[in-house]
Design a protein around this ligand. Structure first.
Ligand SMILES: CC(C)(COP(=O)(O)OP(=O)(O)OC[C@H]1O[C@@H](n2cnc3c(N)ncnc32)[C@H](O)[C@@H]1OP(=O)(O)O)[C@@H](O)C(=O)NCCC(=O)NCCS
Length: 199
């Protein structure tokens, strides 16, 4: 079981606020979730709107889903995913000590460090607030922006899967798994204000 657990949101990270979205903000998230540039490298290439609203409405009361909206200057600019997982092990292994993370940035807001700030905030939430042991993230190897985000956030590439990932236009292509352990750093807390002028 987790060693300590406190509610991670809201959290100010490098100029962004990460928090649960209101009903109106869920509509803002939905407005860009199914755009073509967003779905180019997503595993779920379309999310049915009713299911999307239901999933996001349930987040604030979920014990396993700690996903969040990212707000910059009052505008919803992205979303972060943080879901508890069990990892693997022999019978009796401790449950819910891991999480998988992900992120989507509103296309007009890409290229300004938003995803990197979200990823850092998710790692802060996972290790500091939720007391987790390990965090993983997966991406297509060709999603160079996401690869860069995961490396900037301090995760390590642990797996290169050769043609392990199906892409609707490219067929079987390579995928990466990144991970970080709580013990990789003495402190995963992120500063609330931007240190480099971004986002
Ligand atoms: C991928 C995505 C999350 C990146 O968001 P972002 O806010 O632009 O990311 P950041 O600005 O924090 O960082 C992007 C980095 O990738 C780099 N980058 C962008 N495109 C690149 C490319 N084609 N080749 C190499 N590097 C690239 C940027 O230069 C930047 O690195 P730098 O700070 O060293 O210059 C965003 O484009 C997105 O939401 N895409 C659609 C959904 C998606 O793919 N999600 C991830 C699924 S695993």
């Amino acid at each position: 079981m987790m060693s300590a657990m406190s509610q991670p949101w809201p959290k100010d990270v490098a100029g962004l606020t990460l928090r649960y979205p209101s009903a109106a903000e869920i509509e803002d998230l939905l407005a860009f979730r199914n755009l073509e540039p967003v779905n180019e490298w997503m595993l779920r290439t379309h999310v049915e709107p009713t299911a999307f609203r239901g999933e996001w409405s349930a987040v604030a009361t979920s014990d396993t889903d700690f996903s969040c909206a990212a707000i910059l200057d009052g505008e919803v600019v992205g979303m972060g995913f943080l879901e508890l997982t069990n990892g693997m092990g022999q019978p009796g292994w401790p449950q819910a000590t891991e999480a998988s993370i992900g992120y989507i940035v509103r296309p007009e807001r890409a290229g300004r460090g938003v995803a990197t700030a979200i990823a850092r905030g998710l790692l802060d939430a996972a290790f500091v607030d939720l007391g987790l042991r390990r965090v993983t993230a997966g991406c297509f190897a060709d999603n160079l922006a996401s690869v860069r985000v995961l490396e900037k956030a301090g995760m390590r590439r642990e797996q290169h899967g050769v043609q392990d990932s199906w892409h609707h236009a490219l067929g079987w292509i390579d995928g990466y798994t990144y991970a970080a352990l709580a013990t990789d750093r003495p402190d995963w807390r992120v500063a609330p204000s931007p240190t480099s002028g971004r986002p």
